[in-house]
Design a protein around this ligand. Structure first.
Ligand SMILES: [Zn+2]
Length: 315
């Protein structure tokens, strides 16, 4: 090989090296700018149907020991708030209660109701906040295990596992257990009405869980309500990856409604109530809404979806 032959060869090698460097740079730039895929696997693995059903057994017990229900203002409701609060504190969370006072108008006249909202925060790096909520009260006629012990179990278990996991998220996650939903969304309405301008501006998303363990489940992701948010796509894609094709839920009858009315984006999960010929939950608002009125695998999947959704949008 003469020197004259070697020059183009050296140039070729140089060009190849420059080309490879350029490709490496572009790939890494892409990695920096594209949203990083979130790995929620460890948290999802820690959320088990055994843990979730354990929470439901405790809520069942609070009803059984207190006249068979967990209606707002009644002893079964107070015992439920105490139980969830104890669980959160045992995991090291600070909790905060807020009184919710209203009058229930029934066939036998009006009753003064005193109940609670309960909160626990997972502090983030910023002031921006995702609120994740489920109503803790039930109806007068039964223990309220699918409606809405299931949502409470999913939110509580997610809060407990995120408290244990070593995660630092960008947004603060506020876990909310609402009082007085069944009598007219009292707790969530009071919370939204009490937000100041900064609180409202920083609230990027409300995620609602109400009935997520229905025994003949029809999995739904909230959509088409108020301002759109990417959490709808995040939750839907997650469920499809798990082999479940969710319907879109758009309805007014739960705690997301005051957030929609205030212009705050909402999302959520739902597995069906009494609608249709073969109801998703034949025990909706009945005495038979007990621990055996739950599909544990569906409840586990919904709790996994919640954890994945929270980690994805709040990181
Ligand atoms: Zn409900």
């Amino acid at each position: 090989m003469t020197r004259r032959d070697r020059l183009p060869l050296l140039a070729g090698i140089l060009l190849t090296v420059v080309g490879v460097l350029a490709v490496v740079l572009v790939v890494n730039l892409d990695r920096l700018t594209a949203p990083r895929p979130v790995d929620s696997a460890a948290v999802r693995e820690a959320i088990t149907s055994e843990n979730l059903m354990g929470h439901l057994a405790e809520l069942q017990r609070t009803a059984d020991e207190n006249g068979g229900n967990r209606q707002a203002g009644e002893p079964g409701d107070a015992a439920s708030v105490d139980h969830v609060e104890q669980q959160l504190r045992a995991a090291g969370d600070e909790t905060r209660r807020e009184s919710v006072l209203y009058q229930r108008v029934g066939a036998s006249g009006t009753t003064d109701v005193a109940t609670q909202n309960l909160f626990a925060d997972l502090p983030g790096r910023s002031e921006r906040t995702v609120v994740v909520g489920a109503h803790l009260d039930g109806v007068a006629n039964g223990p309220g295990i699918n409606d809405n012990g299931s949502g409470v179990a999913a939110v509580l278990e997610t809060a407990l596992q995120l408290a244990q996991a070593d995660v630092q998220l960008d947004q603060t996650v506020r876990f909310a257990f609402w009082g007085g939903e069944e009598d007219g969304l009292h707790g969530s309405t009071q919370y939204v009405a009490g937000l100041d301008d900064a609180g409202r501006r920083n609230l990027t998303l409300y995620l609602n869980l109400d009935m997520v363990g229905s025994p003949n489940p029809t999995p739904h992701v909230y959509g088409g309500m108020g301002r759109p948010h990417r959490v709808e796509r995040v939750l839907s894609e997650f469920l499809r990856e798990q082999g479940v094709h969710p319907f879109t839920a758009s309805f007014e009858g739960s705690d997301h409604q005051p957030f929609v009315a205030a212009g705050i984006p909402v999302g959520g999960l739902y597995t069906g109530a009494s609608e249709g010929h073969t109801p998703a939950d034949p025990c909706y608002h009945l005495a038979c809404d007990r621990v055996d009125n739950i599909d544990p695998d569906m409840l586990d999947l919904m709790a996994d979806a919640l954890a994945h959704g929270v980690l994805t949008v709040a990181r």
